[in-house]
Design a protein around this ligand. Sequence first.
Ligand code: MRU
Length: 342
Amino acid sequence: MTDQLPESLRWENQQLYLLDQRLLPHEIVYVAISSLPAAWEAINTLTVRGAPAIGIAAAYALAQSMKEVAAPAFTATLKKNAEYLKSARPTAVNLAWAVDTLVKSGLQNPDVAALIQQAKEIHRADIRLCENIGRHGSSLIKPGMNLLTHCNAGALAVSRHGTATAPMYHQHQRGVNFHVYVDETRPLYQGARLTAWELDRSGIPVTLICDNMAATLMARNKIDLVLVGTDRVTANGDVINKIGTLNLAVLCHHFNVPFYVACPSTTYDANTLAGEDVEIEERAADEIKQRHAADVTAFNPAFDVTPAQLVTGIITEQGIAHDARSLSELIARQSAPRGIQS
Ligand code: MRU
């Protein structure tokens, strides 16, 4: 499905390599991550980005950081390195989930080879979860439809296939014709640089728009379905995703357009009640100002919270949920392998 796309990360010769997403779409460059601070920096500066990809990268980085650590210090070092990695970005729950999963495994079996196996299993599981989201979400995409997506919840944000894009790749492979509008996604342009590029490269017809154009398209009945990814879904069904997602959900409510979210179980946070309890990452003002703005104060939250009542449905690897209760029931079926559920 996504054979034309570079992988977001690789584990080769006992070493983590990350696709430098800051250089896309112009250059495809992999950087070797050879220390824990290098991994922290890569996650914090968005060399690797997208909730599941951050989690997988952190799992490998944590395992790698334990290579030289001998028995008496193993547990304390594992916990310290885990906390350090988790501090790289606060909002996407996959980072904490993947790191905590490795810590649990390391406490049971303090062995580097076992940690690496666990990281590989998280990586393999992500591929399966995305495939199944693709299968379940595909029924939403009918011939001739116009979709709209935001940010990048594509193959580049995960292991393969993407989350929001998985149903698109699934239907495209089956020969269903549809078209996708992509928000450019200010301030870092993940939509323009990444999603538009990966869909186009995969042969899916795509049109790039500025973030402020969605209302006009909806007013002209040009959007049949909005499909986005997520960095965290809380127990009450609130959706935390890239800043601007809430704008789309409000517009969908007004114009009566279905608003769906693709969420693997690794992005579901049963331990946090509501979106208001989640720390929203605030990034540097310079990301907004770039070279266009006057030298004034800028406010740059990276994510927003879409209240559950604005969400038509959440596509998981187990099926589509239409409320918080059915979501938690679907997630509880635990399609991820035993031992790596939170
Ligand atoms: O800041 P980013 O680029 O890591 O933000 C990514 C998003 O908001 C994605 O939409 C989300 O992680 C879903 S990825 C499958």
